[in-house]
Design a protein around this ligand. Structure first.
Ligand SMILES: *Cc1c(COP(=O)(O)O)cnc(C)c1O
Length: 355
């Protein structure tokens, strides 16, 4: 892929925020990657340019019919001051699966990875040094053709923006309280729940708001048909430790195939822990909690890595999980995964990539 690079003028570089107070997704770096797709021509005009507004026709199809997909991954600064990515090709391949489902054009994952690396190197000063902080990378694709009428657009924009983000748990791991929703659903088999498309997140906001009004941090989603089987937590995958078995719902078509989920399965397997991907009903969870065989619940995703669950609210009852504290396996997985991401621990699967 031929790319042009237009660096921002030194005088236009932004003031960088304090590494210790970044939050999530509030600041954006000096540059972005952009390329255009036209039917018949393919991807073209690949360019790294100063971060700036786009101009869009009010009839741009993404604004009406929602052809929009994205990815989320991070760059980490290691103790030798190098910048590392974690399984980046898996994100770009997943983006292509989202593109196919949404009738959008695929990208060349290898070529886009090279430009992503180029962009991160150009803005490498923005990769934070504070413990647990990182540079969040957001590849996105939207339909830009001007036109009304529901059909695949003929024109798209692909872009990558970068945002320095803080540690998810600046004061250490703290378990979250989760609201089990049997009123709203996130996704249904045959729908688009297994891809990262914007509408899934718009559809989830009301349930998240109601959970928050009740004092809970996130929603636990049940399956859309029976409202019985566990699917995900918010925008994360979910794991249960029952006695000595680690269990997560199978990828049955309505669950996002998380890269953190896959990494956790492989690490647990390496450690000789029995891992099952099978349907888990909310009744099984509550019965196991009552009998004491439920040891831990945690969520997995790029943003928080591992997020322990301390309590569940379901149909008006609150169930305290593991005495409301973080489980040993959650801690072990978090330390190992972060250790690999920051280049501190051995990386037997070759997941890390120094750029
Ligand atoms: C992104 C996402 C995840 C987590 O995926 P990772 O690759 O681990 O970051 C899980 N569920 C949903 C709905 C998501 O959008």
């Amino acid at each position: 892929m031929k790319i042009t690079i237009e660096a921002a003028d030194a005088a236009d570089l932004k003031a960088r925020p304090d590494d210790n107070n970044l939050g999530f997704g509030k600041y954006f770096t000096d540059h972005m990657f952009v390329m255009t797709y036209d039917q018949g021509q393919g991807w073209h005009n690949a360019r790294i340019v100063p971060y700036a507004d786009f101009t869009l026709d009010p009839a741009a199809m993404v604004l009406h019919y929602g052809q929009a997909i994205f990815e989320g991954l991070k760059a980490y600064r290691d103790s030798d001051d190098r910048v590392r990515l974690f399984r980046p090709l898996d994100n770009l391949k997943r983006m292509n699966r989202s593109a196919v489902r949404m009738c959008m054009p695929e990208i060349d994952p290898g070529a886009v990875l090279e430009t992503l690396k180029e962009l991160v190197r150009l803005d490498a000063a923005w990769v934070p040094r504070a413990g647990g902080a990182s540079l969040y990378i957001r590849p996105t694709m939207v339909a830009t053709e001007a036109g009304l009428g529901v059909r695949p657009a003929a024109r798209y924009l692909f872009f990558i923006i970068l945002s320095p983000v803080g540690a998810y748990y600046p004061e250490g791991f703290s378990p979250v309280k989760i609201f089990v929703s049997d009123k709203y659903v996130r996704a249904v088999r045959g729908g688009v729940g297994e891809v990262k498309t914007a509408g899934n997140y718009a559809a989830s906001i009301m349930a998240a708001m109601e959970a928050r009004e009740h004092g809970y941090t996130q929603v636990l989603w049940l399956d859309a048909v029976e409202r019985k089987y566990i699917e995900e937590i918010g925008t994360s995958n979910i794991f249960f430790r029952f006695a000595d078995e680690l269990v997560t719902p199978p990828l049955s078509g309505s669950i996002l195939p998380g890269i953190t989920r896959d990494s956790v399965i492989k690490m647990a397997d390496d450690w000789g822990i029995r891992v099952s991907q099978r349907p888990i009903s909310i009744d099984e969870v509550i019965a196991a909690n009552d009998s004491g065989s439920l040891k831990e619940i945690f969520a997995t995703g790029t943003a928080a890595v591992i997020s322990p669950v301390g309590a569940l609210s379901y149909r008006g009852n609150e169930y305290v999980i593991n005495g409301g504290s973080t489980g040993d396996l959650a801690v072990r997985l978090f330390d190992e995964l972060q250790g690999i991401q920051y280049g501190i621990r051995p990386d037997p699967h070759g997941w890390g990539m120094v750029i």
